[in-house]
Design a protein around this ligand. Structure first.
Ligand code: GLU
Length: 628
């Protein structure tokens, strides 16, 4: 596999996009939208029984829909519907994915948006090729590798120092240029309207705001936007983000240079270098090193996907800098060596835990940004390496955790073990969307600003939060760790946008948020669907557990429903469970693992768009032509 094929963005191209005559005409049209909206308050009370966004009854937002002609699944009803409209109007999967992602930046501003980054996986039905865009944030050029020294993780979370150079907007541009049929200007329009007219605040949005209240209140711009009148927006009120509408409108009219080369870049660099905290001792908000030049120099990477075969299917994912593709792939390759079935669910889940524990040991030891570390991507994806790892697994008994990373040279059951690497911290943030169009093209796109609420810093007057993605680097670094902080490096991710082909046609599109649990969630959904006899909606809704090579032989973190359903089946294998979240975890979302959005395309063309029925307040799966 050739890793980095080429870089995408070029300053010349960006310059050519600016201020055309068409742009001026569009500016007038788009400006009219903003003028129609009130310019002051961010939230207003909702009229009883009405759709706050458009003054009409809100149509139902099903978590699952079945039909033909194209499908979209995401965590949010407005975003899925905006993607669906693009498909209905003749756009393809890439067009719809960018439109959906832009809408998620409005309605899920704590999980995604133009202040962050992500990974875009695209299947082109005409050529049969899968391509990926790595839009991961990067460490600024002037950032010293000692920049985290003396700071705690919690201090870095709400700081300028953890902000990576954002890649989301460049990803959208590259996706449309390479795979799409519509302009960025066109696909941003629904989100400009959405940000202008507002959306209905639900319990998830209010709870996420409350979970972040302490640190949001430290940053005046963030407090003004997300804590109007000193409180999180009430459930049922309308949340408007006129600053974001203006920012998106400028980008729509004048191109991505407006962000990467204009005054927005200056504003980003300014707040990163001076986070403008109020000086509380609990929020020192260490300054960052980003300059406007870092933004001008940002480039997405277009690279080959990861690939493994599993039960006769072709599974494609994201190569490093994400660990998603290699770790999902290695887990499946290990499971390929075992028979799994719903008749013996206890042993199947035991093997699932052992496979992901071993794959995580290898991820932690070997995966980082391949531009800086020697990442053995081919070996981690090879069936021979997985066979050697499978030899170490007892089909009847859990191994003591953590298990050691594998010897990369091992090809048989004599595999020797290397040193144990530390596990990493987890979050509940990020968002994923899946799209399939009428032609069979598909997109799996996971995007994030890292923690829920990112760095907590809103770019003044621009309406979006900046990421804190650089906390995904190892905080303390040993000599062999491939994920040490370095200038210009991308931090290792767990995001796992995944496309599964069957005989060259798309069969499943899957992904989820959830930090490192993303990897186990994607593996578990595929296992549920392919091996354990569940339908796709059942596979998405099923209770989850996430074994990531736990320290000190601790029990596997699991949702309460998983413990209730499977603890007795797993006990004979010495597999023990502990509930995720707990009394000290913030908010109501802490007991959940992930928030998946998936699509299945049956051999006869029937599409099943399956989002979460419950987690994160439930997502929305929609299709162009619903089946009876
Ligand atoms: N920053 C994480 C990653 O790239 C995702 C954040 C989350 O989902 O908590 O893997």
């Amino acid at each position: 596999m050739s890793n980095v094929v080429r870089r995408h963005r070029s300053a010349l191209r960006r310059t050519a996009l600016r201020r055309t005559a068409l742009g001026v005409a569009a500016a007038l049209a788009l400006g009219a939208v903003a003028a129609a909206a009130p310019a002051s308050a961010h939230t207003i009370a909702a009229a009883p029984g009405s759709s706050v966004a458009a003054g009409r009854p809100a149509p139902p937002a099903p978590s699952t829909s079945t039909g033909y002609g194209g499908a979209v699944a995401s965590v949010d009803a407005e975003a899925s519907r905006i993607g669906l409209e693009v498909l209905r109007d003749g756009g393809n999967a890439a067009d719809a994915a960018v439109a959906t992602a832009a809408a998620l930046g409005v309605t899920e501003p704590y999980s995604s948006g133009i202040g962050g980054g992500g990974y875009f996986v695209y299947f082109d039905a005409a050529t049969g090729e899968v391509t990926t865009i790595d839009g991961r944030e990067t460490a600024p050029a002037a950032m010293p590798s000692t920049a985290f020294d003396g700071w705690t993780f919690q201090q870095l979370v709400s700081s300028g120092r953890s902000v990576g150079v954002p890649g989301t907007l460049a990803t959208w541009e590259a996706a449309l240029d390479e795979f799409g049929t519509e302009s960025l200007r066109d696909v941003l329009q629904p989100s400009i309207l959405l940000a202008t007219r507002g959306f209905r605040v639900d319990e998830t949005f209010r709870q996420q705001t409350l979970d972040n209240e302490a640190r949001f209140s430290v940053f005046p711009e963030t407090a003004e936007l997300f804590l109007p009148n000193g409180d999180a927006p009430q459930v049922g009120s309308t949340f408007r983000n006129l600053d974001l509408a203006k920012t998106l409108r400028q980008i729509a009219l004048f191109g991505t240079d407006e962000f990467y080369g204009g005054p927005i870049a200056d504003d980003i660099a300014a707040i990163v270098q001076d986070p403008d905290a109020l000086g509380s001792t609990t929020y020192p908000a260490p300054a960052g090193f980003m300059t406007a030049d870092d933004l001008a120099d940002y480039e997405v990477l277009q690279q080959d996907p990861t690939h493994v075969e599993y039960r006769g299917l072709d599974v494609y994912g994201m190569a490093p800098s994400s660990s998603g593709g290699t770790t999902v792939g290695e887990s499946l390759n290990i499971l390929e060596d075992f028979g799994l079935s719903p008749e013996d669910v206890g042993q199947s889940l035991h093997l699932y835990f052992e496979a992901t524990a071993h794959a995580f040991a290898d991820r932690n030891a070997y995966v980082g940004d391949p531009a800086f570390a020697d990442v053995p991507t081919q070996t981690l994806l090879s069936q021979e390496f997985a066979d050697a790892r499978a030899c170490e697994i007892d089909p009847d008994l859990a191994a003591t955790k953590p298990v050691a990373a594998g010897d990369l040279a091992a090809t048989g059951c004599e595999a020797a073990a290397a040193a144990v690497a530390p596990a990493d911290t987890e979050g509940l943030s990020t968002t994923h969307l899946s799209v399939v169009d009428r032609w069979g093209n598909a997109v799996a796109y996971t995007l994030t600003i890292e923690q829920t609420g990112g760095s907590g810093m809103t770019v003044p007057g621009r309406g979006f939060l900046l990421n804190n993605e650089l906390t995904d680097f190892s905080l303390t670094c040993s000599g062999t760790d491939p994920n040490c902080l370095e200038a210009g490096k991308r931090p290792r991710s767990s995001m796992s946008p995944t496309i599964v082909l069957d005989g060259g046609e798309v069969r499943y599109v899957v992904g989820s948020p959830g930090g490192a649990t993303i990897i186990t969630t994607v593996v578990q959904i595929l296992l549920n669907r392919i091996d354990l006899g569940m339908t796709l909606p059942e596979a998405v809704a099923a209770p989850r557990a996430s074994q990531r090579n736990t320290a000190n032989n601790a029990p596997t973190p699991a949702e309460a429903e998983f413990i209730a359903a499977y603890a007795d089946d797993l006990a004979p294998f010495a597999q023990f469970l502990s509930q995720v979240g707990g009394p000290n975890a913030p908010g109501t979302l802490a007991g959940e693992i992930g928030a998946a959005a998936a699509i299945e395309v049956a051999p006869d063309g029937l599409m099943i768009a399956a989002a979460e029925p419950v987690r994160r307040g439930g997502g929305t799966g929609v299709v162009v032509e619903p089946a009876d």
